[in-house]
Write a protein that binds this ligand. Structure first.
Ligand SMILES: [Zn+2]
Length: 490
């Protein structure tokens, strides 16, 4: 059986990728590789930014150019090239059944799981859609990154020991047993496409700062899916379309004094919803030890029927309700340590007895809610903090008031609204926390239950990067402690 070319070359006529190739690539992919269509959207975005041309130049720095490949598949994923070739059901390398595959990963995104995700998608497609049973891969020699990539995607080394560049995977290898993922970070470049006014502090660079801060950590980075359906756990069915209706085709419009919207804002916000839902699924399935959803806009001020305070969808509440409704958990806590009160989360959860909502926040700040007298149906604990609260004072209060309540509730899962705007460098508050305080808070929560955390505020980019790193380092440390030490197993 000849493998049908995934994309007919005559349609693409690739020489080197040019900006105007992107729509044709997207169109061809739409028809032939629906699963990959999402990724190719990135081709369009890169083309718009002019990076595609630059990427083409780097692609040809290898032995061959695109126009010398027999069945080139331009596979764009961020900004750095991995070159691989995949053979189908045929161990001999020179074959008309060879499919050449190029996976591009943004240089700054190396080692963060994007390439693994991309390759896994291709493999899945070949097995499930094309009906292949065995794939053999060969990488360019001395390319350690590509070698690691194939191993991470489940390929096994193949051939004699001196040949380190050949790998094989069968359909059985590619399917369960599913490997444990450890600490999972869910993010998506589409979250950079939520544009705001120049003066606005909730800006795209926040995502880049967080991901920069997580560099080198032992985590698995996955793409946050878009999830429209799960918005209905907290919002009216037409809410995404209603909000999207207010988006301008170009530039930025203002929904209220604080909340900006642009053409891709709702898509970006749906990544947050998909991220928290996927995070809950992965953690409850035991595949991830904990998860951190690095998306924007944030969510904890979003009201049931309208966006508010930079937020579109109540992501933390949606995560908690997904755990309760879909996974039938009895006790799900949301701990919101953003420096502002999570009024949206509270409004949505305050009549949900299977949930506990705990918020620490600086008193008097936006949105001026979160008094201790607001208790929901007995499931809300608000702990306002004085202006200029130090890290030591915050920890004392958290240990005295929050932790006992949390332990008494005995949650099966904690969704964390992780806002880092109480950091001493952040001018959205007067609180004086630092990265070590966020590490401490995270560790204390992890001692009680598994965590799915969603990024809320945090506007000083340095503080944000350091704090998010401490937050995730605590998750990684906790996962390492929980891992079974084979030496101690009897
Ligand atoms: Zn905040």
């Amino acid at each position: 059986m000849l493998l049908p070319p995934l994309i007919a070359t005559e349609r693409l006529q690739l020489r080197r990728p040019r900006a105007d190739d992107a729509p044709r690539i997207a169109e061809a992919v739409e028809e032939t590789l629906p699963d990959l269509a999402e990724w190719f959207k990135w081709g369009e975005l890169l083309a718009r930014y002019g990076d595609l041309e630059d990427m083409g130049a780097r692609a040809v720095s290898g032995q061959r150019r695109f126009d010398e490949l027999s069945n080139p598949v331009l596979f764009i994923w961020h900004d750095h090239a991995f070159v691989g070739e995949v053979l189908v059901d045929n161990p001999s390398w020179a074959s008309d059944r060879a499919l050449e595959l190029q996976i591009w990963v943004r240089r700054g995104a190396r080692g963060r799981g994007y390439a693994t995700e991309a390759l896994e998608g291709v493999v899945r497609h070949l097995f499930e859609v094309q009906g292949c049973r065995t794939l053999e891969a060969r990488i360019e020699s001395r390319n350690a990154s590509s070698r690691k990539l194939f191993l991470r995607a489940g390929f096994q080394p193949y051939g004699n020991l001196s040949d380190l560049n050949r790998f094989v995977i069968t359909a059985d290898d590619a399917n369960p047993p599913e490997r444990p993922l450890g600490v999972v970070v869910l993010t998506h470049p589409e979250c950079l496409e939520h544009l705001v006014d120049d003066e606005h502090s909730e800006r795209p660079e926040r995502i880049q700062a967080v991901m920069e801060g997580l560099k080198g950590l032992d985590i698995t980075v996955l793409g946050a899916p878009r999830d429209r359906a799960s918005t209905e756990l907290a919002h009216p069915a037409t809410h995404p379309e209603d909000v999207d209706g207010a988006a301008p085709e170009e530039g930025v419009a203002r929904l209220d004094a604080d909340t900006d919207i642009s053409a891709y804002s709702v898509y970006a916000a749906l990544r947050g919803v998909g991220g928290v839902v996927a995070g809950v699924d992965l953690v409850l399935a035991g595949r991830a030890s904990s998860a951190f959803v690095v998306t924007r806009p944030p969510g904890h001020h979003a009201q049931r029927e309208q966006p508010m305070g930079f937020c579109f969808f109540a992501t933390a509440a949606i995560g908690a309700l997904h755990a309760v409704r879909t996974h039938r958990l009895q006790r799900v806590a949301v701990v919101d340590f953003d420096v502002h009160h999570g009024n949206g989360t509270q409004a949505i959860l305050e009549s949900e007895p299977n949930t506990l909502f705990v918020s620490t926040h600086e008193v008097f700040l936006y949105p001026q809610t979160g008094a201790p007298s607001e208790v929901g149906c007995g499931n809300v604990l608000n702990v306002p903090m004085e202006p200029h609260t130090s890290g030591a004072a915050y920890r004392e209060r958290f240990a005295d008031v929050v932790l006992p309540r949390l332990r008494a509730f005995d949650p099966q899962l904690v969704v964390v609204s992780a806002g880092f705007d109480g950091h001493v460098r952040d001018d959205h508050s007067t609180m004086m926390l630092d990265a070590e305080d966020y590490r401490w808070i995270t560790s204390r929560i992890l001692e009680i239950a598994p965590v799915v955390s969603v990024l809320e505020g945090g506007y000083d980019l340095v503080a944000l990067a350091l704090s998010a790193r401490a937050h995730v380092e605590a998750m990684v440390a906790h996962a390492a402690e929980g891992a079974v030490d084979p030496a101690s197993a009897v």
